[in-house]
Ligand binder design. Structure first.
Ligand code: HEC
Length: 158
């Protein structure tokens, strides 16, 4: 059994985790930071065309808008689990992140801001789904963007 066990773990990428606990933790922080940054970029990607439509940079396309709004509402739940303990700036992990230490000072407020974004994104998706007027949708895109900015202003380094 011992003969096949280790190669199997190595295949799964789990050996370091079991054999070297200290660096496994570093690996986990590394992955969590990478994960959340990827997820945040996915959100921005989905929001982008709606922002462009809202600003008149590209033509309004109701179907594309509704699809983006639905995607954004879905992905607005994703980044937050990547904010794990020890993964903020100045936590000594040496990995590049703009997540300020202030997050750790008021975790409840950080979570409230996540909830605000999820709520605004859900509202936008419902409005688009219901076929509301472009002007109303534009205003709601503004509300979503404000919820992004409000958190960045407090918790993201420039
Ligand atoms: C609850 C707080 C919060 C909210 C809400 C929030 N962000 Fe962020 N965002 C952060 C933090 C913190 C970082 C820095 C993450 C890091 O560097 O590890 C970040 C980073 C980013 C990045 C850079 C990712 C990278 O490293 O490439 C993008 C893009 C981004 N956010 C987009 C958005 C968009 C778009 C929204 C709204 C739809 C949004 N964020 C809402 C906190 C938030």
């Amino acid at each position: 059994m011992a003969v096949t066990f280790r190669p199997l773990l190595a295949t799964l990428g789990l050996s370091a985790l079991l054999l070297v606990p200290a660096s496994a933790q570093a690996l986990e922080v590394d992955k969590a930071i990478e994960y959340r940054q990827d997820a945040l970029r996915v959100m921005a990607w989905q929001l982008g065309p709606m922002g462009d439509m809202a600003q008149g940079d590209i033509d309004y396309d109701a179907e594309a808008f509704a699809r983006r709004a639905s995607n954004l509402a879905a992905v607005s739940h994703l980044p937050w689990e990547g904010f794990i303990e020890g993964s903020l700036r100045n936590d000594g992990h040496g990995i590049e992140t703009r997540a300020l230490a202030a997050i750790g000072d008021d975790w409840a407020d950080f979570e409230e801001r996540q909830a605000t974004l999820r709520q605004e994104a859900a509202t936008l998706a419902e409005m688009a789904e219901a076929g509301e007027e472009f002007n109303a949708l534009r205003r709601q895109v503004g509300a979503v963007v404000n919820s992004c900015r409000a958190c960045h202003d407090n918790y993201r380094a420039d």
